[in-house]
Design a protein around this ligand. Structure first.
Ligand code: ITT
Length: 189
């Protein structure tokens, strides 16, 4: 089955495309400007995003809204993870700001959260959620993945998501869990 995915983030696209070998996961063939994200939950933003991109196809299409929740920061950066250090911030700038906010903070627990919204023919079909626990270390380690991966230490791995291989990350990640649920749902249709 062909399923379209929509994202402007190349790291996400790679993960979308390696999640289910029995599906043909494709980027939309047309270029669509990323919609504004106005919601204050991952669910609201994922649905908005999927409906905006989904207006360009009648096939199944999904989009994800995801981010990092840090307990000592009251769940920040949360839904603004991509633009924590400003509208067009780089991953390195976001990581530097996070480290600055956590300077001297002992409680480093955090989680990645992902909500995927699946739409078809302009209508929401279902949302799927995944999360994975970790802690924020004091300096970036590793060069795989994207975003906050080099700061996210996952205890069972004994390393950061930036040091793990993409295959390892995809065994446990928030996005892999949400994708797995979505593909299981689609397989039953
Ligand atoms: P699209 O909206 O176009 O999909 P985006 O990067 O703007 O791309 P989000 O608004 O969902 O997507 O923001 C997600 C941000 O959360 C992402 O840019 C990273 O900073 C962070 N993030 C989410 N998942 C991550 C992961 O697996 N590893 C590292 N950082 C992640």
């Amino acid at each position: 089955m062909t399923v379209y995915c929509a994202t402007s983030n190349k790291g996400k696209l790679k993960e979308f495309q390696m999640a289910a070998p029995d599906f043909d996961v494709r980027a939309l063939p047309v270029s669509v400007p990323p919609p504004e994200e106005t919601g204050d939950t991952f669910e609201v933003n994922a649905v908005e995003k999927a409906l905006a991109y989904g207006a360009h196809t009648d096939e199944y299409l999904f989009a994800d809204d995801s981010g990092l929740e840090v307990d000592a920061l009251g769940g920040a950066p949360g839904v603004i993870s991509a633009r924590y250090a400003g509208e067009h911030a780089t991953d390195a700038q976001n990581n530097a700001l996070l480290l600055a906010k956590l300077r001297g903070v002992a409680d480093r627990t955090a989680r990645f959260v992902c909500v995927i919204a699946l739409v078809k023919s302009g209508k929401l079909v279902k949302t799927f959620r995944g999360s994975v626990e970790g802690r924020i270390i004091g300096e970036p380690r590793g060069g795989t993945g994207f975003g906050y991966d080099p700061l996210f230490y996952h205890e069972p791995f004994g390393c950061t998501f930036g040091e793990a291989t993409l295959e390892q990350k995809m065994q446990v990640s928030h996005r892999a869990q949400a994708l797995e649920e979505m593909f299981a749902y689609l397989r039953l249709l």
